[in-house]
Design a protein around this ligand. Sequence first.
Ligand code: GLU
Length: 264
Amino acid sequence: MPCFNDKKRIVVKIGSSSLAYPETGSLNIRKSRALVEVLADLKNSGKEIVFVTSGAQAVGAAKGGFLKKPQDTPSKQACAAIGQSELMKFYSESFEQYNHKVAQLLLTRDVISNETRRTNVINTFNKLFELGVVPIINANDVVSIKQLDFDENDTLSAIVATLCNADFLIMMTDVDGLYDGDPSLPESKLIPEVERITPEIISLAQGSGGALGSGGMLTKIEAAQIATEAGIDTVIVGNRDPKILYKLFESDCAKCTYFKKREH
Ligand code: GLU
């Protein structure tokens, strides 16, 4: 496992289960603040941070009075609308404490296929980097149609990494990386490094996401495939302590799974 200190433009993706309480869906303020502090500090160290955050639906459901995350599309979209402003208020205020400005980008899948929209997004990213602002990304759930669009944010984070020309993608989740078996069983071992994403690797990524989020290990592997094919080194890392991000940049012993970029 290398030390990733040479990485400069970094996309960090966090899922709903990493920033909301599973019991209530409300924002886990302590965890989210701790993550913002690390991201702000990494930015201070000279890195460019792009932050892909889920959680709008989970946080919006809690705020909107739903007892659990709803399943029908209009309610999900309403929750996303309620939660997104709540999330941005929190991120804006939290980054501001460290004197960093943030910007919100809500994307739909046509940023891949539609040349004009793609160019618009790339131009926006470039200007935000020039201005030193932290782009904060989520899917635009209000206008997106399920199954045709970003249903989870793992794929979105890989697309974002390619659009903003990142050299590193970090997906944070509730396990430490990809395991060779069920991560809850003591005999299962973490796979530290994946040279190539083979059908065997994909078959290890079974199971789905938790109650709050939509992704799972499989969507993360698919995202890793998009990013590594595009020449972007990728890691999946645990979300328990955001200081693990320091370890990735300062040592070669962070507990995670590293997916090596493809050299073309
Ligand atoms: N855009 C969704 C949200 O913010 C992402 C859902 C997910 O990936 O869990 O809630």
